[in-house]
Design a protein around this ligand. Structure first.
Ligand SMILES: NC(=O)c1ccc[n+]([C@@H]2O[C@H](COP(=O)([O-])OP(=O)(O)OC[C@H]3O[C@@H](n4cnc5c(N)ncnc54)[C@H](OP(=O)(O)O)[C@@H]3O)[C@@H](O)[C@H]2O)c1
Length: 243
């Protein structure tokens, strides 16, 4: 791993990933829609770790810019971590189409749009690693968040197909399925500490999965077993639950 592109670099998980990758002497391209928010991080990481850090503007919700965004990157990354996402307001989105499309675009359409471009490049170069942060919410639709969940389900299926397509080209595709991570996204929500990863812990688990070239990784690992149970609840029972 020489240069990693982090998409959605203002996320606390992304910042922890940037710090831990920088400590391993990986050069970074930090992409975010609010570039000014990460300029201090750029100087901090480059001074502390002596690596090259660049900061670039990127809006996942603007797919028409994605091809040009990627073509303008010099040097090209050999690792891409797609972190951006948007939980949104599910109840509002049921009646507000704008909120609904923001959820779908930020978690699915935008990711597909940028990763299509990157996948083609990695396939031609016959190298690279693509890491996508999906969610356990994509494993089964629940009444409280099935818009976000369905977008993540689509993203999970997309990453699975990409992994299958790019295997013969030597490109590794990793699906990350977080349960709870203690970030802005969960602000105001109470979650069990046993089921909630701190951003630094989440980043460490993701980097370990990259090192071991895993296909799918749960953050935290306990979520693998929780989701096994949830996936196997019969539908005639599941539909009656308040989830
Ligand atoms: N936290 C959890 O419990 C949890 C659970 C399961 C899955 N996940 C997934 O893990 C990933 C990281 O989540 P997080 O907890 O760090 O979320 P977060 O704190 O809400 O951060 C989301 C990040 O996505 C960026 N973003 C949103 N829309 C964007 C767009 N249109 N263009 C570019 N960047 C955009 C945000 O940028 P701004 O700073 O500009 O807003 C922010 O950096 C997400 O994909 C999320 O869906 C999180």
């Amino acid at each position: 791993m020489k240069t990693a592109l982090i998409l959605g670099a203002t996320s606390e998980v992304a910042l922890a990933l940037a710090d831990q990758l920088a400590a391993k002497s990986v050069n970074l391209i930090l992409a975010a829609r609010n570039v000014e928010n990460i300029l201090p991080v750029k100087s901090d990481l480059s001074i502390r770790y002596g690596i090259t850090v660049s900061v670039v503007a990127f809006d996942a919700a603007n797919p028409s810019t994605h091809k040009h965004f990627y073509e303008s990157l010099v040097p090209k990354p050999d690792t891409v971590i797609c972190v951006f996402g948007y939980l949104g307001d599910h109840t509002r989105a049921l009646t507000d189409w704008e909120e609904c499309t923001t959820i779908l675009n930020s978690n699915y359409v935008g990711a597909v749009s940028i990763l299509n471009v990157i996948a083609n490049d990695f396939e031609n170069r016959k190298e690279g690693m693509i890491v996508g942060l999906s969610s356990v919410a994509g494993e089964r639709g629940r009444q409280s968040n099935y818009l976000y969940g369905s977008a993540k389900a689509g993203f999970t299926a997309y990453l699975s197909g990409l992994r299958n397509r790019l295997f013969k080209s030597g490109v590794q595709v990793i699906t990350v399925k977080p349960g709870f991570m203690k970030t802005r996204m969960l602000k105001g929500m109470k979650t069990s500490p046993f089921l909630t990863a701190q951003p630094e812990k989440a980043a460490a688990l993701i980097i370990r999965a990259m090192h071991h070239k895993k296909d799918v990784v749960y953050v935290l690992p306990t979520w693998k077993w929780i989701m096994l149970i949830i996936r196997n609840i019969p539908e005639f029972i599941f539909k009656k639950l308040k989830l």
